[in-house]
Design a protein around this ligand. Structure first.
Ligand code: NOJ
Length: 515
């Protein structure tokens, strides 16, 4: 008989994305920092979070708020010091938590010493570390500002360099094996310090065929030339990145930002178990809040991943897109149902800071917009309490959400039926019931406004089964499979020990156990 493998931590645990600037400020400069994160680990543990991913905290001129790195092996002073990071890693590990950093391999800052040298002449030692051409090699568009060419002229070299994002973010030349080796070294720097893994920024862009024009000259959802930038060399490079991670003990892992909305293409980035451990699945994120659409996305994701033995991810919000509560129309009922779905689907869920407070985006007046991509609203600071400063010792860099007086950690913690407590319930439920982490998944076939599925233990001797049902419709729905079970958690206020009812009210979701 084949030996059953225990699933890895990156398969069973929920990842919580921290956007450090907006999380917690320890030194009263209005910008969140590493000591601030350390001071809130107790809260995250109370919530049931076991893995953190921090958006970039490396040295950066902050043209793209950290996604423009000028030193991959140091912490930006605004966030703290290397010693602070070492302390954060140690704190996480002593609490049994894992820590993932955000690695930005496609481009650096134009202030990175590599680019400063590269642009200084046509024949310096790093002349070929970026993508230089005498003429723009193709018609590609940059993501920011939208509509600009991805080719930027440089007066000193009198040549053009590629920048798929801001002009301050020149693309590295991954065709050059010295670049690849140097970037591997930046991974080793952090792996040696004990980080558990990385989120890898636009990883599908590290291979490029410059001779191919973009047929649609597309800037899709803020990422230029998404539809076609998907070439074989990228997969070789990802395999070599994976080999670096696998050369370390302790299950180091990576989740790639593969911004290809096609599930078949996205799935290819798992390789034969030798590329990304996990890949974001943005087709699901961008699907409308509609039962047929979501059922279809879930099924097609699994149809593409299962044959490869690849492990899905589920993400609804992050620092780049309007928050899902907002995208889905704003109601708290919907935010609660989405939480039930996110945390019970088969795969690794990613929770973005503040979705556990049911936040929608902040309204950022034009004079306070600071992001070149206009993504400020979803990056609003976390309100920690109902004081006027919401737990921030200095006015933060962005405005709070409009209802921060109510949607804040302190207030919601006092309300046992708040959305914060629902997230906590669901996170604990997942932790305590292995079938919700790694059990089988079966979609219950329906054609109405209900999304319903079962999760069952992998161990055939375990006869427990879980049924999850979400009613997205306007009327009550009958879900026969719920009968005979016991409600474990629900978005319907009331007695959670009650026997399950087959009737799911509109805009409600339940998790039921059949034991
Ligand atoms: C994706 C990141 O999530 C986004 O914030 C950033 O602007 C681009 N990649 C460029 O690094």
């Amino acid at each position: 008989m084949e030996e059953a493998h225990e699933p890895a931590w990156w398969q069973t645990k929920v990842v919580y994305q921290i956007y450090p600037r907006s999380f917690a400020d320890s030194n009263a400069d209005g910008i969140g920092d590493l000591q601030g994160i350390r001071s809130r680990l107790g809260h995250l543990q109370w919530l049931g979070i076991e893995v953190l991913w921090l958006s970039p905290v490396f040295r950066s001129p902050m043209a793209d708020f950290g996604y423009d790195v000028s030193d991959y092996c140091d912490i930006d002073p605004v966030f703290g010091t290397l010693a602070d990071m070492d302390a954060l890693i140690a704190d996480c590990h002593s609490r049994g938590m894992r820590l993932m950093l955000d690695w930005v391999p496609n481009h650096t800052s134009d202030q990175h010493p590599w680019f400063v040298e590269s642009r200084s002449s046509r024949d310096n030692a790093r002349a070929d570390w970026y993508v230089w051409r005498d003429e723009p090699a193709n018609n590609w568009l940059a993501s920011f500002p939208q509509g600009e060419s991805a080719w930027e002229h440089d007066d000193v070299r009198d040549q053009w360099y590629l920048r798929c994002f801001l002009r301050e973010q020149p693309d590295l030349n991954w065709d050059n094996r010295d670049v690849e080796a140097a970037m591997h070294d930046t991974l080793r720097f952090w792996l040696d310090r004990g980080v558990d893994g990385f989120r890898m920024d636009v990883i599908h862009l590290i291979g490029k065929h410059l001779d191919e024009d973009d047929p649609e000259r597309a800037v899709a959802r803020g990422v230029g030339h998404v539809p076609f930038n998907d070439v074989p060399e990228t997969h070789d490079r990802i395999r070599r990145i994976r080999a670096v991670l696998d050369s370390y003990p302790g299950q180091r892992a990576c989740v790639g930002e593969v911004y290809l909305l096609d599930e078949a293409k996205m799935a290819a980035y798992y390789g034969d178990g030798d590329e990304l451990n996990l890949s974001f699945n943005f087709g699901f994120l961008w699907a409308a809040w509609d039962a047929t659409t979501l059922r279809g996305k879930i099924t097609s994701t699994l149809d593409h991943l299962r044959p490869r033995g690849a492990w899905p991810t589920w993400v609804l919000s992050n620092h780049d897109v309007p928050r899902h509560r907002q995208r889905y129309g704003g109601s708290e009922d919907v935010a609660r149902m989405a939480a039930v779905m996110l945390l019970t689907l088969p795969g690794t869920p990613f929770v973005y800071q503040g979705e556990d407070l049911g936040l929608i985006d902040a309204v950022v007046p034009p004079e306070r917009v600071v992001d070149p991509g206009g993504r400020d609203g979803c990056r609003a600071p976390i309100p920690w309490n109902d004081d006027p400063g919401h737990g921030w010792p200095h006015a933060p860099w962005l405005p709070f959400v409009a209802d921060a007086g109510v949607s804040n950690v302190g207030t919601l913690d006092q309300q046992p039926d708040s959305i914060l407590h629902l997230y906590r319930e669901l996170l604990h439920l997942r932790r305590d019931h292995a079938a919700l982490q790694s059990g089988q998944f079966t979609m219950i076939e329906r054609t109405d406004d209900v999304i319903a599925y079962t999760r069952t233990p992998t161990d055939p001797a375990d006869t427990r089964a879980y049924t999850i049902a979400l009613n997205l419709g306007e009327g009550a729905a009958v879900v026969a499979e719920l009968a005979g079970g016991r409600v474990l958690t629900s978005t319907i206020a009331g007695d959670l020990t009650a026997p399950a009812d087959e009737i799911v009210p509109p805009h409600a979701a339940v998790v039921v156990l059949h034991a």
